[in-house]
Design a protein around this ligand. Sequence first.
Ligand SMILES: Nc1ncnc2c1ncn2[C@@H]1O[C@H](COP(=O)(O)OP(=O)(O)OP(=O)(O)O)[C@@H](O)[C@H]1O
Length: 229
Amino acid sequence: MLRLENVSKIYPTSARPALDDVSVDVDQGEFVFLIGPSGSGKSTLLRLLLREETPTRGSVYVANWNVARLPNRKVPKLRQRMGCVFQDFRLLPTRSVADNVAFALEVTGKSEHTIRTVVPEMLELVNLTGKADRMPAELSGGEAQRVAIARALANRPLVLLADEPTGNLDPETSDDIMLLLDRINRAGTTIVMATHDRQIVDAMRRRVVELHLGRLARDDARGVYGARR
Ligand SMILES: Nc1ncnc2c1ncn2[C@@H]1O[C@H](COP(=O)(O)OP(=O)(O)OP(=O)(O)O)[C@@H](O)[C@H]1O
């Protein structure tokens, strides 16, 4: 479902490769933690999957798309099939909770009818039905992240890419978010989550892909965060 084949990425302004000959294969329905020290290439890997960057060498596949070779006009189609959540939530501050979720459907051209059906479904999924009319500034961090997750799932993506989704949350709220992501994954959505959170990785015991200075250092089927450094 996601495949990197001997991928290297060298940014023009950087001496060492951000990714160096990395090969990873992720099946549909997997939950993968992407770990590694700051600067090891995690965000670069996610950006390559989204075609926000192109590899210097190697190939990137998402479902049947050869991502690097995809014509520009098809990139929006690719991105529609990939939901994203980030450490800083990235909600639209002037739109309500419901409208933030609706926005994802509007930009992909969904009908009014679909939007009216899907938005409440998504809010129910993340347990925010009662907060549909709140503004983002009125939400806790955990609630804001749940809105972001609802928005990311609205178009029924093949995969959810999460870049440090618990990075701004306290441990208890992080656990709630992980329970939600686990539930979403068990319902069939593939999840790739970049994180520095040792406790979460150790508690979940899912696949762990570790990068070090751009190289694949480890790929464990049911891994832990690893030796304390
Ligand atoms: N746009 C860019 N231009 C030049 N160099 C970059 C760019 N983006 C990232 N890099 C470099 O590529 C390497 C990998 O960065 P990347 O952001 O992928 O790491 P990361 O593992 O996500 O780090 P963090 O955990 O801090 O988010 C770093 O050396 C970084 O400085």
